[in-house]
Design a protein around this ligand. Structure first.
Ligand code: FAD
Length: 343
Protein backbone atom coordinates (compact mmCIF):
# COMPACT_ATOMS: atom_id res chain seq x y z
CA UNK A 1 0.00 0.00 0.00
CA UNK A 2 1.55 3.31 -1.09
CA UNK A 3 1.64 5.85 1.72
CA UNK A 4 3.11 8.64 -0.37
CA UNK A 5 4.90 8.88 -3.72
CA UNK A 6 6.94 11.95 -4.58
CA UNK A 7 8.69 12.66 -7.87
CA UNK A 8 11.88 14.70 -8.14
CA UNK A 9 15.02 15.05 -10.26
CA UNK A 10 17.47 13.31 -7.92
CA UNK A 11 17.10 11.16 -4.81
CA UNK A 12 20.15 11.18 -2.55
CA UNK A 13 20.61 8.32 -0.10
CA UNK A 14 22.54 9.78 2.85
CA UNK A 15 22.53 13.35 4.18
CA UNK A 16 26.16 13.34 5.30
CA UNK A 17 28.52 16.16 4.24
CA UNK A 18 28.87 14.72 0.75
CA UNK A 19 25.12 14.25 0.22
CA UNK A 20 24.60 17.84 1.37
CA UNK A 21 27.21 19.25 -1.00
CA UNK A 22 25.67 17.19 -3.83
CA UNK A 23 22.45 19.18 -3.27
CA UNK A 24 24.46 22.34 -3.95
CA UNK A 25 26.20 21.06 -7.09
CA UNK A 26 22.98 19.59 -8.51
CA UNK A 27 21.11 22.75 -7.52
CA UNK A 28 23.50 24.93 -9.49
CA UNK A 29 22.50 22.94 -12.57
CA UNK A 30 18.83 23.48 -11.75
CA UNK A 31 18.17 19.98 -10.38
CA UNK A 32 15.92 19.40 -7.35
CA UNK A 33 16.80 16.85 -4.67
CA UNK A 34 15.17 14.75 -2.00
CA UNK A 35 17.42 13.18 0.64
CA UNK A 36 16.80 10.14 2.82
CA UNK A 37 18.74 9.45 6.01
CA UNK A 38 18.17 7.03 8.85
CA UNK A 39 19.56 9.60 11.28
CA UNK A 40 17.12 12.17 12.65
CA UNK A 41 19.43 15.02 11.60
CA UNK A 42 21.59 15.85 8.57
CA UNK A 43 25.41 15.66 8.73
CA UNK A 44 26.30 11.95 8.75
CA UNK A 45 29.52 11.12 10.60
CA UNK A 46 30.31 14.82 11.25
CA UNK A 47 27.03 15.29 13.11
CA UNK A 48 26.80 11.90 14.79
CA UNK A 49 30.40 11.00 15.61
CA UNK A 50 32.35 14.24 16.04
CA UNK A 51 30.19 17.41 16.07
CA UNK A 52 32.60 19.23 18.39
CA UNK A 53 35.91 18.02 16.96
CA UNK A 54 37.85 20.44 14.78
CA UNK A 55 38.54 19.49 11.15
CA UNK A 56 41.63 21.10 9.63
CA UNK A 57 41.59 19.96 6.00
CA UNK A 58 38.50 21.56 4.48
CA UNK A 59 39.73 23.93 1.75
CA UNK A 60 39.63 27.59 2.84
CA UNK A 61 38.37 26.72 6.33
CA UNK A 62 41.57 26.38 8.39
CA UNK A 63 39.55 25.08 11.33
CA UNK A 64 35.89 24.07 11.52
CA UNK A 65 34.08 21.67 13.84
CA UNK A 66 32.04 18.78 12.44
CA UNK A 67 28.84 20.49 13.58
CA UNK A 68 29.77 23.86 12.10
CA UNK A 69 30.69 22.28 8.77
CA UNK A 70 27.24 20.70 8.61
CA UNK A 71 25.58 24.04 9.44
CA UNK A 72 27.55 25.73 6.66
CA UNK A 73 26.71 23.00 4.13
CA UNK A 74 23.02 23.30 5.06
CA UNK A 75 23.24 27.07 4.56
CA UNK A 76 24.95 26.61 1.19
CA UNK A 77 22.31 24.10 0.05
CA UNK A 78 19.34 26.12 1.37
CA UNK A 79 18.66 28.16 -1.83
CA UNK A 80 17.93 24.87 -3.63
CA UNK A 81 15.26 23.87 -1.09
CA UNK A 82 16.27 20.25 -0.57
CA UNK A 83 13.57 18.02 0.91
CA UNK A 84 14.75 15.84 3.80
CA UNK A 85 13.18 12.54 4.79
CA UNK A 86 14.98 11.83 8.05
CA UNK A 87 14.66 8.89 10.42
CA UNK A 88 14.01 6.63 7.43
CA UNK A 89 16.02 3.82 5.93
CA UNK A 90 16.34 3.71 2.13
CA UNK A 91 15.32 0.10 1.76
CA UNK A 92 14.38 -0.88 -1.79
CA UNK A 93 15.35 0.34 -5.24
CA UNK A 94 13.52 -0.73 -8.39
CA UNK A 95 13.50 0.40 -12.02
CA UNK A 96 10.17 1.61 -13.41
CA UNK A 97 8.90 1.18 -16.96
CA UNK A 98 9.34 4.92 -17.61
CA UNK A 99 13.11 4.56 -17.02
CA UNK A 100 12.99 6.22 -13.60
CA UNK A 101 14.03 4.65 -10.31
CA UNK A 102 11.71 4.14 -7.37
CA UNK A 103 13.24 4.22 -3.92
CA UNK A 104 11.13 2.99 -1.01
CA UNK A 105 11.91 3.67 2.63
CA UNK A 106 11.13 1.50 5.63
CA UNK A 107 8.35 3.95 6.52
CA UNK A 108 6.64 3.29 3.19
CA UNK A 109 7.65 6.60 1.55
CA UNK A 110 8.17 6.26 -2.23
CA UNK A 111 10.52 8.58 -4.10
CA UNK A 112 10.67 8.50 -7.90
CA UNK A 113 13.51 10.08 -9.87
CA UNK A 114 15.56 9.55 -13.03
CA UNK A 115 18.76 9.73 -10.95
CA UNK A 116 19.79 8.11 -7.66
CA UNK A 117 22.90 9.26 -5.80
CA UNK A 118 24.17 6.90 -3.12
CA UNK A 119 26.08 9.05 -0.59
CA UNK A 120 25.76 6.49 2.18
CA UNK A 121 29.23 6.90 3.71
CA UNK A 122 30.22 4.07 6.01
CA UNK A 123 26.67 2.76 5.77
CA UNK A 124 23.55 3.51 7.73
CA UNK A 125 23.75 4.31 11.41
CA UNK A 126 22.00 1.53 13.30
CA UNK A 127 21.52 1.19 17.05
CA UNK A 128 23.85 -0.95 19.12
CA UNK A 129 21.63 -3.57 20.71
CA UNK A 130 22.13 -4.36 24.38
CA UNK A 131 23.17 -7.96 25.09
CA UNK A 132 19.93 -8.92 26.86
CA UNK A 133 18.72 -12.51 26.41
CA UNK A 134 15.42 -12.77 24.51
CA UNK A 135 15.18 -9.03 23.66
CA UNK A 136 14.28 -9.79 20.01
CA UNK A 137 10.87 -11.16 21.09
CA UNK A 138 9.91 -7.69 22.34
CA UNK A 139 11.37 -5.56 19.53
CA UNK A 140 8.87 -3.18 17.86
CA UNK A 141 6.12 -4.14 20.31
CA UNK A 142 7.69 -3.20 23.66
CA UNK A 143 11.35 -2.48 22.86
CA UNK A 144 12.34 0.42 20.57
CA UNK A 145 15.84 1.59 19.68
CA UNK A 146 14.72 4.92 18.25
CA UNK A 147 11.82 7.33 18.63
CA UNK A 148 10.26 7.66 15.20
CA UNK A 149 6.93 9.10 16.40
CA UNK A 150 6.58 10.48 19.91
CA UNK A 151 2.86 9.61 19.92
CA UNK A 152 3.76 5.89 20.06
CA UNK A 153 4.83 6.49 23.66
CA UNK A 154 1.89 8.55 24.93
CA UNK A 155 0.48 7.07 28.15
CA UNK A 156 3.20 4.39 28.33
CA UNK A 157 5.28 3.34 31.31
CA UNK A 158 8.75 3.89 29.88
CA UNK A 159 12.10 2.58 31.00
CA UNK A 160 14.84 4.49 29.18
CA UNK A 161 18.39 3.09 29.38
CA UNK A 162 21.67 4.87 28.62
CA UNK A 163 23.80 7.84 29.60
CA UNK A 164 24.29 9.74 26.33
CA UNK A 165 22.38 12.58 24.70
CA UNK A 166 19.67 10.34 23.21
CA UNK A 167 18.78 8.78 26.57
CA UNK A 168 18.66 12.16 28.30
CA UNK A 169 16.91 14.04 25.47
CA UNK A 170 14.17 11.43 25.22
CA UNK A 171 13.74 11.30 28.99
CA UNK A 172 13.07 15.04 28.91
CA UNK A 173 10.95 15.04 25.76
CA UNK A 174 8.80 12.01 26.51
CA UNK A 175 8.24 12.72 30.21
CA UNK A 176 5.30 15.12 29.58
CA UNK A 177 3.36 12.58 27.49
CA UNK A 178 4.32 9.25 29.11
CA UNK A 179 2.45 7.72 32.08
CA UNK A 180 5.80 7.27 33.85
CA UNK A 181 9.51 7.46 32.99
CA UNK A 182 12.35 5.58 34.66
CA UNK A 183 15.87 6.39 33.48
CA UNK A 184 18.47 3.68 34.09
CA UNK A 185 22.20 4.24 33.71
CA UNK A 186 25.01 2.08 35.02
CA UNK A 187 26.86 5.05 36.55
CA UNK A 188 25.75 8.29 38.20
CA UNK A 189 27.87 10.24 35.62
CA UNK A 190 26.58 10.95 32.12
CA UNK A 191 28.14 11.58 28.70
CA UNK A 192 25.13 13.72 27.79
CA UNK A 193 25.08 17.54 27.75
CA UNK A 194 25.32 18.85 31.36
CA UNK A 195 22.23 21.01 30.85
CA UNK A 196 20.09 17.95 30.02
CA UNK A 197 21.50 16.06 33.02
CA UNK A 198 20.59 18.98 35.28
CA UNK A 199 17.05 19.11 33.89
CA UNK A 200 16.65 15.35 34.39
CA UNK A 201 17.79 15.62 38.04
CA UNK A 202 15.31 18.47 38.57
CA UNK A 203 12.49 16.26 37.22
CA UNK A 204 13.69 13.40 39.45
CA UNK A 205 13.69 15.73 42.50
CA UNK A 206 10.15 16.77 41.59
CA UNK A 207 9.11 13.10 41.46
CA UNK A 208 8.32 13.27 37.71
CA UNK A 209 11.13 10.95 36.60
CA UNK A 210 12.67 8.02 38.46
CA UNK A 211 16.45 7.72 38.08
CA UNK A 212 18.14 4.41 38.88
CA UNK A 213 21.86 3.63 38.84
CA UNK A 214 21.76 0.01 37.74
CA UNK A 215 22.32 -2.46 34.92
CA UNK A 216 19.68 -4.37 32.99
CA UNK A 217 19.78 -8.06 33.93
CA UNK A 218 16.75 -9.37 32.02
CA UNK A 219 13.23 -8.79 30.74
CA UNK A 220 9.88 -9.92 32.14
CA UNK A 221 6.74 -10.36 30.08
CA UNK A 222 5.01 -12.62 27.56
CA UNK A 223 3.90 -12.61 23.90
CA UNK A 224 6.04 -9.61 23.02
CA UNK A 225 4.49 -7.51 25.81
CA UNK A 226 6.87 -6.32 28.48
CA UNK A 227 5.69 -6.16 32.11
CA UNK A 228 8.99 -5.19 33.71
CA UNK A 229 12.76 -4.97 33.39
CA UNK A 230 15.02 -6.83 35.80
CA UNK A 231 17.67 -4.46 37.16
CA UNK A 232 20.71 -5.10 39.33
CA UNK A 233 23.22 -3.00 41.22
CA UNK A 234 25.91 -3.80 43.79
CA UNK A 235 24.02 -1.76 46.42
CA UNK A 236 20.42 -2.87 45.79
CA UNK A 237 20.90 -6.39 44.44
CA UNK A 238 18.33 -7.50 41.85
CA UNK A 239 14.75 -6.25 41.43
CA UNK A 240 12.07 -5.83 38.77
CA UNK A 241 11.15 -2.32 37.66
CA UNK A 242 7.59 -2.40 36.24
CA UNK A 243 7.22 -0.89 32.73
CA UNK A 244 5.54 -1.68 29.42
CA UNK A 245 8.14 -0.11 27.11
CA UNK A 246 11.94 -0.24 27.03
CA UNK A 247 13.99 2.34 25.10
CA UNK A 248 17.68 1.34 25.15
CA UNK A 249 19.99 4.08 23.80
CA UNK A 250 23.44 2.48 23.76
CA UNK A 251 24.89 4.38 20.81
CA UNK A 252 25.01 3.76 17.09
CA UNK A 253 27.18 1.72 14.80
CA UNK A 254 27.47 1.83 10.97
CA UNK A 255 26.34 -1.03 8.73
CA UNK A 256 26.04 -1.15 4.94
CA UNK A 257 22.41 -2.27 5.33
CA UNK A 258 19.89 -2.48 2.48
CA UNK A 259 22.23 -0.85 -0.07
CA UNK A 260 23.82 -4.30 -0.39
CA UNK A 261 20.59 -5.35 -2.17
CA UNK A 262 20.45 -2.44 -4.65
CA UNK A 263 22.08 -4.60 -7.35
CA UNK A 264 25.29 -2.53 -7.51
CA UNK A 265 28.84 -3.84 -7.95
CA UNK A 266 30.27 -4.10 -4.44
CA UNK A 267 33.81 -4.82 -3.30
CA UNK A 268 34.34 -5.12 0.44
CA UNK A 269 31.11 -3.20 1.07
CA UNK A 270 32.16 -0.32 -1.20
CA UNK A 271 30.54 0.60 -4.50
CA UNK A 272 32.81 0.59 -7.54
CA UNK A 273 32.55 3.75 -9.68
CA UNK A 274 34.35 5.36 -12.61
CA UNK A 275 36.36 8.51 -11.91
CA UNK A 276 34.85 10.60 -14.69
CA UNK A 277 31.23 10.64 -13.53
CA UNK A 278 31.30 8.57 -10.32
CA UNK A 279 28.59 6.38 -11.79
CA UNK A 280 28.09 2.81 -10.56
CA UNK A 281 27.79 -0.35 -12.66
CA UNK A 282 24.11 0.59 -13.11
CA UNK A 283 23.35 3.62 -15.32
CA UNK A 284 21.61 6.56 -13.59
CA UNK A 285 22.89 5.43 -10.18
CA UNK A 286 25.91 7.29 -8.79
CA UNK A 287 27.98 6.69 -5.65
CA UNK A 288 29.96 9.51 -4.00
CA UNK A 289 31.80 10.01 -0.72
CA UNK A 290 33.04 7.31 1.66
CA UNK A 291 30.78 4.63 0.14
CA UNK A 292 32.56 4.48 -3.24
CA UNK A 293 35.77 2.88 -4.37
CA UNK A 294 38.16 3.58 -7.25
CA UNK A 295 41.94 3.46 -7.66
CA UNK A 296 43.55 6.09 -5.44
CA UNK A 297 40.39 6.86 -3.43
CA UNK A 298 40.98 8.92 -0.28
CA UNK A 299 38.17 8.79 2.28
CA UNK A 300 38.18 12.52 2.89
CA UNK A 301 35.33 15.00 2.83
CA UNK A 302 37.07 17.06 0.14
CA UNK A 303 37.23 14.02 -2.18
CA UNK A 304 33.47 13.61 -1.80
CA UNK A 305 32.93 17.28 -2.71
CA UNK A 306 34.89 16.86 -5.96
CA UNK A 307 33.00 13.65 -6.77
CA UNK A 308 29.68 15.48 -6.23
CA UNK A 309 30.64 18.19 -8.75
CA UNK A 310 31.50 15.70 -11.50
CA UNK A 311 28.53 13.46 -10.77
CA UNK A 312 26.17 16.44 -11.19
CA UNK A 313 27.34 17.03 -14.78
CA UNK A 314 26.25 13.56 -15.88
CA UNK A 315 23.11 13.57 -13.70
CA UNK A 316 21.98 16.68 -15.61
CA UNK A 317 22.06 14.74 -18.90
CA UNK A 318 19.88 11.97 -17.45
CA UNK A 319 17.31 14.47 -16.15
CA UNK A 320 17.38 16.66 -19.32
CA UNK A 321 18.55 14.41 -22.19
CA UNK A 322 17.50 17.05 -24.72
CA UNK A 323 19.33 20.01 -23.14
CA UNK A 324 22.92 21.19 -23.50
CA UNK A 325 24.89 21.94 -20.34
CA UNK A 326 26.90 25.15 -20.39
CA UNK A 327 29.91 25.50 -18.07
CA UNK A 328 29.49 28.62 -15.94
CA UNK A 329 31.16 30.32 -12.99
CA UNK A 330 29.11 31.40 -9.96
CA UNK A 331 31.07 34.68 -9.91
CA UNK A 332 29.93 35.75 -13.36
CA UNK A 333 26.76 33.85 -14.34
CA UNK A 334 23.51 35.66 -13.61
CA UNK A 335 21.64 32.39 -14.20
CA UNK A 336 23.60 30.67 -11.41
CA UNK A 337 23.23 33.72 -9.18
CA UNK A 338 19.47 33.63 -9.67
CA UNK A 339 19.43 29.99 -8.65
CA UNK A 340 21.56 30.91 -5.62
CA UNK A 341 19.02 33.66 -4.89
CA UNK A 342 21.79 36.26 -4.70
CA UNK A 343 21.03 38.07 -7.98
P1 FAD B 1 28.68 9.88 6.02
O1 FAD B 1 29.16 11.06 6.76
O2 FAD B 1 29.03 8.53 6.56
O3 FAD B 1 27.11 10.00 5.85
C1 FAD B 1 26.38 8.96 5.25
C2 FAD B 1 24.94 9.04 5.70
O4 FAD B 1 24.19 8.07 4.96
C3 FAD B 1 24.76 8.68 7.17
O5 FAD B 1 24.09 9.74 7.83
C4 FAD B 1 23.93 7.39 7.15
O6 FAD B 1 22.98 7.31 8.21
C5 FAD B 1 23.21 7.50 5.81
N1 FAD B 1 22.79 6.22 5.26
C6 FAD B 1 23.56 5.20 4.80
N2 FAD B 1 22.82 4.21 4.31
C7 FAD B 1 21.52 4.62 4.43
C8 FAD B 1 20.28 4.02 4.10
N3 FAD B 1 20.18 2.83 3.51
N4 FAD B 1 19.14 4.73 4.39
C9 FAD B 1 19.20 5.93 5.00
N5 FAD B 1 20.36 6.54 5.33
C10 FAD B 1 21.50 5.88 5.04
N6 FAD B 1 37.39 13.52 7.03
C11 FAD B 1 38.12 14.60 6.63
O7 FAD B 1 38.12 14.95 5.46
N7 FAD B 1 38.85 15.32 7.55
C12 FAD B 1 38.87 15.01 8.88
O8 FAD B 1 39.54 15.67 9.67
C13 FAD B 1 38.08 13.90 9.34
N8 FAD B 1 38.04 13.54 10.64
C14 FAD B 1 37.27 12.48 11.04
C15 FAD B 1 37.18 12.17 12.41
C16 FAD B 1 36.40 11.11 12.84
C17 FAD B 1 36.33 10.80 14.31
C18 FAD B 1 35.68 10.33 11.88
C19 FAD B 1 34.83 9.18 12.32
C20 FAD B 1 35.77 10.64 10.53
C21 FAD B 1 36.54 11.71 10.09
N9 FAD B 1 36.62 12.05 8.73
C22 FAD B 1 37.35 13.15 8.35
C23 FAD B 1 35.95 11.27 7.70
C24 FAD B 1 34.67 11.98 7.24
O9 FAD B 1 33.79 12.19 8.35
C25 FAD B 1 34.00 11.17 6.16
O10 FAD B 1 34.87 11.10 5.06
C26 FAD B 1 32.68 11.82 5.73
O11 FAD B 1 31.76 11.86 6.80
C27 FAD B 1 32.07 11.05 4.58
O12 FAD B 1 30.92 11.72 4.23
P2 FAD B 1 29.72 10.97 3.49
O13 FAD B 1 28.66 12.00 3.28
O14 FAD B 1 30.27 10.20 2.34
O15 FAD B 1 29.21 9.84 4.52
Amino acid sequence: MTEQRLTTDVVIVGAGPVGLFAVFELGLLGLKCHLVDILDKPGGQCAELYPEKPIYDIPALPIVTGGELVDRLMQQAAPFEPQFHLGQMAEKLEKLNNGHWLLTTDLGMELEAPVIVVAAGGGSFVPKKPPIAGIEAYEDSSVYYAVRKMETFRGKHLLIAGGGDSALDWTLNLQPIAASVTLVHRRPDFRAAPDSVEKMHALADAGKVKFQVAQIAGLEGADGKLSGVKLKSPEQGEWVEPCDTLLPFYGLTMKLGPIANFGLNLTENLIAVDTEKFETSVPQIFAIGDINSYPGKLKLILSGFHEAALMAQQAFHYVHPDKKLRFQYTTSSSELQQRLKVA
